[in-house]
Design a protein around this ligand. Sequence first.
Ligand code: TYM
Length: 330
Amino acid sequence: MRKRIFSGIQPSGKLHIGNYLGAIKNWIGLQDEYDCVWGIVDYHSMTIPYDPEGMEGRVIDCAATYLAAGLDPKKCVLMIQSKVKEHTELTWILNTVTPVSWLERVPTFKDKSKRFKDNINMGLMDYPTLMAADIILYKAHAVPVGEDQLPHLELTREIVRRFNNTFGDLFPEPKAIIQKGALIRGLDGQAKMSKSLNNCLYIDDTPEEIWKKLSVAVTDPQRIRKTDPGDPEVCNLFSLHQLFSTDEQIAYCAEGCRTAGIGCLQCKKILSENIAQELTPIREEKQKLLNNMSYIKDVLTEGIAHSQKIASKTIEEVYEKIGTNYKFMK
Ligand code: TYM
């Protein structure tokens, strides 16, 4: 039996290259080796203010991006979190073994409760418990994510230990799989690339949009004039070169930067072309898929049915452990 993997993305807006490099691109390489379930985690996206009318469109957009980027429904399962009710049911059960203090110390809770002061809701706090439920409902052994998710994964492992100690062994402790591109900074070169920070290159950006954004993106702050030598190691765009460019181009740009042999614009031009080359086929394939809604619907319907089977089996085992599998009802 192949080991299982679960991961997911919130449909909270257009997906950016942080989602692509930190998650989706790595997932593609895992689908041959593992039994993979990829979720569109719509309930997670409700924890900050959102537009309910646009939810359906964002879920479809996310599914089309998964498929266009290369997730293959013949090899993996694509599902929508809210359509498998056991995700929220298991969250409740896990709530009873999760100390409030564990949730209060989660960095995203601290950060988001500062940014959304008027809406510090229970969901925002309980978000990692739902994430733990997403993962262990499928008894996933591993979870491929970007670095920002590591505290959530650590918490999942703690919740699993607490559940297993309280009720008896049932769930494996899932490990994080961290690969190349696990922390992509925004084009401001400062914070993590994030939908809510307006510092993104989107997977859907056209070559013109990519160039427009890159041409003003922050590089080595010490390199003010073209004649100033720079340090590629502190340049945010150089880290993107390492993910999109050939070895020769990387060496050429590093040397050109250090010796002031080339200017930042020239270096950006190469990067911009390479990013466009990688993203254009995805954008075009996504457009085709969006014109074929019945295919997207079939993939998700099948994925949800498959996930449901696994989820129903796990939740029965959970009932047995927690004492709610009432014999007199049989
Ligand atoms: P979300 O929707 O914020 O991000 C989805 C995935 O993209 C990665 N990512 C990044 N990687 C590198 N650099 C960045 N700037 C960047 N921004 C985002 C994230 O690390 C993530 O892998 N809580 C999760 C969603 C979730 C989940 C789960 C993940 C819910 N249940 C179960 C794994 C397993 C989240 O908010 O991801």
